[in-house]
Design a protein around this ligand. Structure first.
Ligand SMILES: Cc1ncc(COP(=O)(O)O)c(C=O)c1O
Length: 418
């Protein structure tokens, strides 16, 4: 069990109180130092084990161009994994060159594919039929395809993206034939990608997953008689969401992955393909606290603490039953003498941020911290019940910086003024 890196911020509370007073609530509050630490831990561990590697930040986890730019300034080699034209635009706004971006869509429309081709980024296709559509636009020199290895793993069933129930990727049995036909059509060089699930803390998984991918890579290479230039093992890099979990040790993880590369490609790194990874959560997840205020407390059949943030602000608990640690700011060590559900103001009974958790006494107006909300927090926020989306602020050296203004109700209706 490791102490949460931002627990002192919650216990001390002064910076959180200041930003909530200046920018209001609900407020996604990002801590620059934690983002830098996450980038360094992953990049250093990769560098120690691989001569050739590329990190593509998964923009879907958090698309704020100011955060992307912040990350890219700290680690200029950082690329972006984009899954929509909008995510390509976020990368462009952050000055990440498209030559360092990959487009991984699924069921891509012709417009999606055209946008990816026009940007000049690499394209990672989800299916053979995606390639049939792409051929109407062009035949790229380089392409990669997404493998469904027939199995997957993830913290919840909903984020398992490999296996027979998954909508992603090309079944392992069919994938070599797809490469063969792309070669016949004129593609010159290839990569292979596989992302079979998210939020995994079991380090052994990364070895087993890489073995599955490289076994398929070898088969593809035998069939097309070409070496693959890049192997992306996707992501899956989890973070602790509860107290009794430990963070991944990335030195161990990439040591395990490198062992598998050695098994398949030999001792000389010169002969290895470029290892690519697509982390989102592991870079930004634990670096944000969602700040909210208590708006109402109700003793019903259960005790409910109502906040000005709900499922429209943070979707993960309602979507997957995800658990986030929730604290009263300044009261981490205070006695937790009530059992509560934490809810928002949304007219859905799934509107819960936590269910049956021990909590200290609170009163209306108290400031509440919802932890580990940097990934799939704002990027999944929505406007149900005509609630404007929150603001985002970056706390780093110097004054806190507003990196996305709070939406207004007028913003919600902007496109109705025809
Ligand atoms: C293709 C692909 N790569 C990378 C990721 C990032 O996953 P995580 O944020 O868990 O690192 C995802 C998440 O859904 C994904 O679909």
């Amino acid at each position: 069990m490791t102490k949460h890196p931002l627990l002192n911020e919650v216990q001390d509370g002064s910076r959180l109180k200041n930003v909530s007073e200046e920018f209001g609530t609900p407020l996604y509050t990002y801590f620059g130092e934690q983002i830098r630490n996450n980038l360094d831990r992953i990049d250093t561990a990769l560098r120690a084990n691989f001569k050739k590697y590329q990190i593509y930040y998964a923009v879907k986890s958090n698309n704020n161009p100011n955060l992307l730019a912040f990350m890219h300034q700290h680690l200029p080699t950082l690329g972006a994994d984009c899954s929509s034209p909008g995510e390509l635009l976020a990368a462009e706004r952050a000055s990440i060159p498209f030559t360092n971006c990959v487009y991984t869509g699924n069921y891509e429309s012709m417009d999606d594919l055209q946008c990816a081709v026009d940007s000049g980024c690499e394209i990672n296709l989800d299916d053979e039929t995606s390639f049939t559509r792409l051929k109407n636009i062009c035949i790229p020199e380089y392409i990669s395809f997404r493998l469904n290895p027939g199995v997957g793993k993830g913290r919840f069933a909903e984020i398992v993206t490999g296996g027979r129930e998954a909508k992603f990727g090309i079944p392992v049995e069919n994938i070599a034939a797809v490469y063969k036909s792309a070669l016949t059509d004129g593609v010159k060089t290839f990569g292979l990608q596989c992302h079979s699930g998210s939020a995994i803390l079991d380090q052994k998984h990364f070895r087993e997953n890489t073995q599955l991918i490289l076994k398929t890579a070898r088969h593809i290479e035998d069939i097309i008689n070409h070496r693959l230039l890049k192997i992306s093992i996707g992501s899956g890099f989890g973070i602790p969401y509860v107290d009794d979990e430990d963070p991944l040790n990335f030195n161990d993880v990439f040591d395990l992955v490198a062992e598998v590369f050695k098994e398949f490609y030999g001792q000389h790194q010169h002969d290895w393909p470029i290892l690519c990874i697509e982390p989102g959560r592991a870079l930004v997840g634990d670096a944000a606290i969602l700040l909210a205020q208590v708006t109402g407390i109700k003793d019903s059949y259960k005790t409910f603490i109502g906040l000005d943030a709900g499922m429209e602000t943070l979707m993960r608990p309602a979507l997957y039953g995800a658990v986030h640690r929730i604290y009263k700011v300044g009261a981490v060590t205070e006695k937790q003498n009530i059992t509560v559900d934490v809810t928002g103001r949304i007219c859905e009974n799934t509107d819960r941020l936590a269910v049956d958790i021990p909590f200290p006494d609170v009163v209306e107006g108290d400031l509440i911290a919802i932890m580990d909300t940097g990934a799939y927090g704002y990027s999944m926020a929505h406007q149900f019940n005509t609630r404007p989306r929150p603001a985002e602020v970056l706390v780093d050296k110097g004054a806190p910086r507003l990196i996305r203004s709070r939406e207004t109700i007028e913003d919600i209706f902007r496109n109705c003024d025809n």
